[in-house]
Every structure is written in structure tokens, then in C-alpha cells.
Design a protein around this ligand. Structure first.
Ligand code: PHE
Length: 465
């Protein structure tokens, strides 16, 4: 059945505009800040391999599902889910999936903005020549000075939130397209410059072995869950960001092709980040397990030694902040689109509301790095709890329900119509992956992490022996 709905928020001007915006959403702190440090914490190679498998077998199919739902529903994820569920004869309660996504968006953006603020702060530090000739100890000291100062963190967090809200207020479609078109390739070129430096450090081979030679004895189920959560996060899946961008996608653009393009670009940036950061880690005797501060402790050393360091350093952190910015916009768009649709608010007013809520939540993360660093729940700080809750629980669960809805509850005709890849092998592969593989993977990993799988197998054994 062909559905002709139009979005009240307008459409992307072309397929390319969507690819740019979605890539802008996908490429961000997840690739450059988070991927390297969780890879370091989880032992390298085997973790990277699991991550790549998650991108290919879970990420890409679910991305297609999200874009498909968005384009068919043509509204904010909350209203899209309600409309589609009703249309396909299911409970309107499916809109709860949209609500969960909105909540994830607020929670993630609240700390995303604090980290992005640190990237902003580093533009100034790099440009001022602060990194020239620094040692490892200096680099750690520079980061510690920022992290331990709640007022500085707060100021940068506030600036980043303000920047985000300005774009959101004006509508994500004007301006975003042009900006991403020039700045994304810029980021890629900067990564290649850094790669050149990394190759000259003498620890490049060691870093490549660390990243690409899997040692499965080091892999835990928690690491597998982290890899899976990261696959969702880095592709902006499981919370409606890609769904809402899909709702602005013109009819008759290939969802499969665009999703694969975005996933490949995103993965390239993440792997490049790893290839740049780990040589610096190894040659300077830094700990791969340094955690969230890894990128901020390693790269300044590189910029400090490199010809034109202050310029390249400032440019790099500028591009990183920009990448974070285009992601942040998409984190809040599901909420803003809903406020505009259901409360008749202007985009500007909706943006201010959403921004204010996120800003306040962000205070918790700001403080968890300093004054509240000893305040913990289950041994985790405020930031640690948010990180675990969003990446390891909410995004995978969101993705699971999106997969179930698209593959089991939408009629075959609707999905064939939307995907427009014909009824052939491509479609069957997609349907098989979202019906069985993605949901099973999420469920199995959850069961393992919760320690329930050994229990279940014991029950089975007891029954069948
Ligand atoms: N994908 C973005 C990143 O890697 C973060 C993001 C997650 C954006 C979810 C939107 C939705 O930084």
C-alpha cells in the first residue's frame, strides 16, 4: 500500500542532503572520543571485531528500519509510532517507543554537551600554543585543570547548548546541509594528517596489532554489550534521531544504499580515530584504559610535537566540536518535532524548552567530574550511570523494539513499498536480519550480561535430562 503523507516540517532538498545530515548525526564524539577509549578499556582487537559485526548485522538493518518507519510516518517519532501502529492494526501504545527515544535523547545530550564543551575548550588551548612541547605529565595536568573546575565546564557546556539550540530553533534543514558538506571532508583530512603523524611515531605497528589482532580470551560479555551499545550510539540508532531525519526524506530514495553509505563513513572515522590515538598511547607509555579523557590526553601531545601544531590542533578541535554539534542537533530533534506537532509551539520556543531541560540535566555530569566525583550509585558516578543506562540499556532496547515493529508488526507490503528494493534477495536479507538476527543478538547479550543465560540453560538441562 502506498501512503502519501507529507511532513509538516518540510523535506530535505535531495537524497544527498539527507545523507549529509544523517552522516552529520552519526559522526561525532561517539567516533573520536568514545570509540577509542572503550576499545582501550576492553582490550582492543576482539572488541573491535565484535563492534564491526554489530555495525554490519545489527546497525545497518536497524538503520534501514528506522528510516523506513520515519519516512512512512512523516512525523516526530512519537506520532509516527502512533500513526503506524494504528494503521497496521496494533496498539497506539507503541508511541511509548517514541517517548523512550525522547528521554534517551535528553539524557544523552545532557552529557554529550559537557564533553563537546571540553572539545570547545581545547580549541582555545591549542590555538594559544599551550600544547607546544608538552610532556605526558603536562598533558594530563592540562586536562585535570579543566575537569576539576566546575565553573569552566559549566561555561563551555552552556555555550555548546546555546549553539545547538540556535540551529534547532532555525530548523535543521536550513544551513545544516551546507555546513556538513564542507566540514565533514575537513574532519576527514585532519584525521589523515594525524594519521601521518601517528605512522611516524614508531608505535604504529603495535597499535595496529592492538586494534586488529583479536584476542578472544580477553573478551567478556560486558564488553560485547558495550560494543553493541556503541554500534547503536555511533550510528544514532535506537532513539528516533534517524527516524525523525527519515521523516524528512523524499519518497523514492533508496534507503538501503543511503544507510550503507552512512555506516561505512561512520566506521571509517572511528577506525581512523583508533589508528591515530593508540600509537600516541603506546609511544608515550599512556594507559589504554585511561577512560573518557583518552582523546584529550593523547592528541595534545601530538599537536605539541607537530609542525604547525597550534594551527592544526585548533582546527582539529574545531572540527570535532562541529561534528559533535551536528550530532547534538539530531539528539534533540525528536523532542522538538513533537512539541511543534502536539503543542503548536514555534520551533524557537520548543528549542528553548528542550535546551533548558538538557542544560539542567547536564549539571549532574559537570559535577560528577569534580565536586560529586565521590558520589556514586552501584560504584558509578552520575555520568557513569547515565552512560551505562543510555548506551547499554536504552539504545539496545529501543533498537530491539524498532526491529520487532518494522519486521514483525508492519505488513510485508508496507515495508516492501517503503524500501523499494523490490521483493528480491536484498529485501529478504534485510527482513531476515531485522526479524531474527538483530533481536536475537540483543536478547542473548542482555541475558548473558544479566547472568540469566546460564540459569536458563540449567533449567533446560534439568528438564531434558
Ligand atoms: N552518533 C552520534 C555520535 O557518534 C551520537 C548520537 C547518538 C546522535 C544518538 C544522535 C542520536 O557521536
Amino acid at each position: 500500500m502506498t501512503v502519501r503523507r507529507t511532513s509538516m516540517h518540510g523535506e530535505w532538498s535531495s537524497r544527498m542532503a539527507f545523507i549529509l545530515a544523517a552522516t552529520g548525526s552519526a559522526v561525532g564524539l561517539g567516533n573520536i572520543w568514545r570509540f577509542p577509549y572503550i576499545t582501550g578499556e576492553n582490550g582492543g582487537g576482539a572488541f573491535v571485531l565484535v563492534y564491526l559485526l554489530c555495525i554490519a548485522l545489527i546497525g545497518v538493518p536497524i538503520m534501514m528500519a528506522e528510516v523506513l518507519l520515519g519516512r512512512r510516518g512523516r512525523q516526530s517519532p512519537i506520532n509516527t509510532m502512533r500513526t503506524l501502529a494504528t494503521e497496521e492494526g496494533h496498539s497506539p501504545l507503541w508511541q511509548l517507543l517514541g517517548w523512550a527515544g525522547v528521554i534517551s535523547g535528553f539524557l544523552i545530550l545532557s552529557f554529550y554537551s559537557v564533553i563537546a564543551g571540553q572539545a570547545l575548550a581545547y580549541i582555545v588551548r591549542a590555538a594559544g600554543g599551550l600544547f607546544t612541547g608538552i610532556t605526558v605529565a603536562d598533558s594530563k595536568q592540562i586536562y585535570a585543570a579543566l575537569e576539576s573546575d566546575p565553573e569552566r565546564l559549566l561555561a563551555w557546556h552552556t555555550l555548546f547548548m546555546a549553539m545547538t539550540m540556535v540551529v534547532v530553533a532555525r530548523g535543521v534543514k536550513s544551513g545544516l546541509e551546507q555546513a556538513v558538506r564542507f566540514l565533514m571532508p575537513g574532519l576527514l583530512i585532519m584525521m589523515l594528517v594525524l594519521l601521518g603523524y601517528a605512522m611516524s611515531t614508531g608505535a604504529f605497528a603495535q597499535a595496529m596489532r592492538f586494534l586488529f589482532r583479536p584476542d578472544f580470551t580477553a573478551l567478556t560479555w560486558n564488553a560485547v554489550l558495550t560494543a553493541m551499545g556503541q554500534a547503536f550510539f555511533t550510528l544514532s540508532l535506537g532513539m528516533g534521531a534517524i527516524m525523525v531525519y527519515g521523516s524528512y526524506l523524499p519518497k523514492r530514495t533508496s534507503i538501503a544504499q543511503t544507510s550503507i553509505t552512512i555506516a561505512v563513513a561512520d566506521t571509517m572515522v572511528a577506525l581512523l580515530a583508533g589508528m591515530v590515538i593508540f600509537p600516541i598511547v603506546f609511544i608515550n607509555g599512556l594507559e589504554p584504559t585511561a577512560g573518557p579523557s583518552l582523546v584529550f590526553k593523547t592528541l595534545p601531545i601530538a599537536f605539541g610535537q607537530m609542525w604547525g601544531g597550534p594551527f592544526f590542533g585548533a582546527l582539529f578541535f574545531l572540527l570535532l566540536s562541529f561534528a559533535a554539534w551536528t550530532s547534538a542537533i539530531s539528539l534533540i530533534e525528536p523532542a522538538v518535532a513533537w512539541m511543534v506537532e502536539n503543542h503548536g509551539m514555534s520551533r524557537a520556543k520548543a528549542a528553548v524548552w528542550a535546551g533548558a531541560i538538557t542544560w539542567v540535566l547536564g549539571l549532574g555530569t559537570v559535577l560528577s567530574f569534580n565536586l560529586w566525583s565521590e558520589v556514586t550509585l552501584f560504584g558509578k558516578t552520575f555520568f557513569g550511570v547515565l552512560d551505562y543506562l543510555t548506551f547499554n540499556v536504552m539504545l539496545p532496547l529501543g533498537g530491539l523494539f524498532i526491529a520487532v515493529f518494522a519486521a514483525w508488526l508492519m505488513s510485508r507490503r508496507s515495508t516492501v513499498d517503503e524500501l523499494a528494493i523490490g521483493d528480491g534477495l536484498g529485501y529478504e536479507t534485510w527482513r531476515f536480519l531485522v526479524r531474527f538476527i538483530s533481536p536475537a543478538a540483543v536478547i542473548i547479550v542482555f541475558l548473558y550480561v544479566l547472568g540469566l543465560l546460564p540459569l536458563i540453560s540449567k533449567v533446560f538441562e534439568a528438564i531434558f535430562t
